[in-house]
Design a protein around this ligand. Structure first.
Ligand code: ATP
Length: 354
């Protein structure tokens, strides 16, 4: 399939800072791509380059094969939704959504039909005559979405559109954005620092760090097979453990010889990545068995359906997720000794960076 949007070695420097550093990416028509990364990694700059608010220092942007990086924003016809809803406060909801259509001098009858359709799409038919100040944050963001979609953009760019909203609304609205995107078949690039949001909404994730792409892939792949310790740590929670591959090929984590699956690295220091939900508490009698480590519960965090135990073992603090019943049934005490089993398939091995 031909790509809808292509980024080719896109770079943006602000003085000595490479905010975006050689980013290449192909986005398929109708695809929902999330750009995910910590604050300052260059996500917003990447989106602003695509929208046309910034000029690239190097690289190119193509829409359906034609270069667009030299065009002003209005000629690219990409829809944009920001974190701040940026609605016109003196205009009603109806007029806000109609704005882009009127600027394009579409016939009144077309404007009326399109605005009505967009308001129905975001469930705000009843709010057409209200002003932004009379709406909740979630409603305002729905209006911003309707306004961006009304002009039938070639690509929809969303920059942290839900981060100003409370948790429940965020979850509801992101499901709605996904539904609308599927219904219209519009191509979406969605910037967020919220890994849960990205995992739940995207067809593909682009994980960025320090201006560079760390990994591109479907959420499940990025989560289960992170390309680097940074991705393992940023997407979900991971125990990163310093270990050593011996001359005999054995992986030694402190006193424990760990069996791991997958290809072995050459002898030397390594980082092991293990998700908390892959670790298991086992009976103390199993302590001498393979891939078991004994430790002490230092603290725990209650997350509702599960509890995250913080277990000191081998000089590190391990996060171990257990069902909440374990806390009640076992009457677990702080400083209680526990035995943790590390399944061999759960361990990812990365070369340790100096
Ligand atoms: P956040 O989630 O905090 O918005 P981000 O991942 O979107 O972060 P950017 O806003 O793209 O990151 O910033 C990337 C880097 O570029 C940062 O180091 C930032 O300070 C720098 N930067 C961004 N815009 C400018 C600018 N106009 N002038 C100078 N430096 C900038």
């Amino acid at each position: 399939m031909d790509a809808e949007l292509v980024l080719d070695g896109l770079t943006k420097r602000f003085g000595p800072v490479a905010a975006v550093d050689g980013v290449s990416l192909e986005v398929a028509p109708g695809e929902f791509v999330c750009v995910l990364g910590p604050s300052g990694c260059g996500k917003t700059t990447l989106l602003r380059l695509i929208a046309g608010f910034e000029a690239p220092t190097a690289g190119a942007i193509y829409y359906r094969g034609a270069p667009v990086h030299h065009l002003p924003p209005q000629e690219r016809n990409f829809g944009i939704v920001f974190q701040s809803y940026a609605l016109f406060p003196h205009m009603t909801v109806w007029d806000n959504v109609a704005f882009g259509l009127r600027v394009r001098r579409l016939p009144a009858v077309t404007v009326r039909a399109r605005v009505a359709e967009m308001l129905a799409l975001v469930g705000l038919e009843h709010a057409a005559r209200l002003y932004p100040s009379q709406l909740s944050g979630g409603m305002q963001q729905r209006v911003a979405l309707a306004r961006a979609l009304a002009v039938q953009p070639r690509v929809l760019l969303l920059d942290e559109p839900l981060s100003a909203l409370d948790a429940k609304i965020r979850v509801r609205l992101r499901a709605e954005i996904r539904r609308i995107q599927r219904e219209l078949g519009v191509t979406v690039l969605y910037v967020t620092h919220d890994q849960e949001e990205a995992l739940s909404i995207a067809d593909r994730l682009v994980v960025m760090w320090q201006g560079r792409v760390q990994q591109v892939g479907p959420p499940l792949e990025v989560y289960t097979r992170p390309a680097t310790p940074f991705v393992a740590d940023f997407v979900g929670t991971t125990n990163l453990l310093r270990a050593e591959v011996g001359e005999d090929g054995g992986v030694r984590w402190g006193d424990v010889l760990l069996e791991v699956a997958g290809p072995l690295l050459p002898a030397g220091p390594v980082l092991l990545a293990v998700r908390p939900e892959r670790l298991r508490l086992v009976d103390g009698a199993a302590a001498s068995q393979r891939n078991c480590v004994t430790g002490r519960v230092e603290a725990w965090t209650f997350f509702g359906p599960y509890v995250r135990l913080h277990v000191s073992a081998n000089g590190e603090l391990l996060a171990v997720d257990v069902p909440q019943e374990v806390l009640a049934d076992a009457g677990l005490q702080r400083h209680a000794p526990v035995t943790v089993h590390v399944p061999r398939e759960a361990v990812l091995v990365f070369p340790a960076r100096p």
